[in-house]
Ligand binder design. Structure first.
Ligand code: 5GP
Ligand code: MG
Ligand code: MG
Length: 187
């Protein structure tokens, strides 16, 4: 498994330093899955909603750990675009395919940063009257928060760094790295 990466993208040269190993991610997901199973014990159906595109690897690993009857749906909200800064203006680019009224719902997010995305998505989905609405974020950057919101479950708290890998991109690249790494711009 590579533990580093060097390349050029977005007109920048950069290197990626490993921050969270694939092994650590897998172990954390196992533990989180047990907590989610307890919270939703007895559900007839859990709708697991992945926020595209950054959560696609996380949701794939998470649902395979869950011993619950699950359905999978996706929602796409605009966020960073291809930049490294949040736009603070959230738009829904792709809505759910299914109804969630009266359903148990788990929203799966890659990173909670300023909090605008999760706040907006929870407002939208909450207005559809789910039976229960919980959230899980693989990563949380509490020092960056501008909206007072926290996921029900968090994989890892990380410092204010720009990260990639495990589904998360920099200019659409590096989603396929098996670990979470920190982008370090070089010349
Ligand atoms: P928020 O609305 O909380 O500021 O931002 C949430 C979204 O911004 C995340 O779901 C993620 O898509 C993106 N984001 C936040 N931090 C990072 C980061 O370090 N790297 C990348 N690639 N995207 C990030
Ligand atoms: Mg995201
Ligand atoms: Mg992105």
């Amino acid at each position: 498994m590579p533990d580093g990466f060097a390349g050029g993208n977005m007109g920048q040269d950069y290197e990626i330093d490993q921050m969270i190993s694939a092994k650590a991610i897998a172990a954390r997901i196992e533990a989180l899955a047990r907590e989610i199973e307890l919270r939703f014990a007895g559900t007839d159906k859990l709708v697991v909603v992945g926020l595209l595109r950054g959560s696609f690897v996380f949701i794939a690993d998470l649902v395979r750990e869950l011993d619950l009857p699950v359905e999978v749906d996706f929602l796409e909200a605009s966020s960073y675009g291809d930049a490294m800064e949040s736009s603070r203006e959230v738009r829904i680019l792709k809505d759910l395919r299914g109804e969630i009224g009266g359903r148990d719902v788990l929203v799966v997010e890659d990173i909670v940063d300023t909090g605008f995305t999760l706040h907006h998505v929870l407002g939208l989905l909450g207005s559809r009257a789910p039976k229960r609405l919980e959230t899980i974020a693989l990563l949380d950057k509490p020092s960056r928060r501008e909206v007072d919101i926290k996921a029900t479950w968090t994989g890892f708290e990380i410092p204010d760094a720009f990260v990639v890998g495990y589904g998360i991109d920099y200019g659409q690249r590096n989603r396929n790295l098996p670990f979470i790494g920190q982008v370090r711009l070089t010349q």
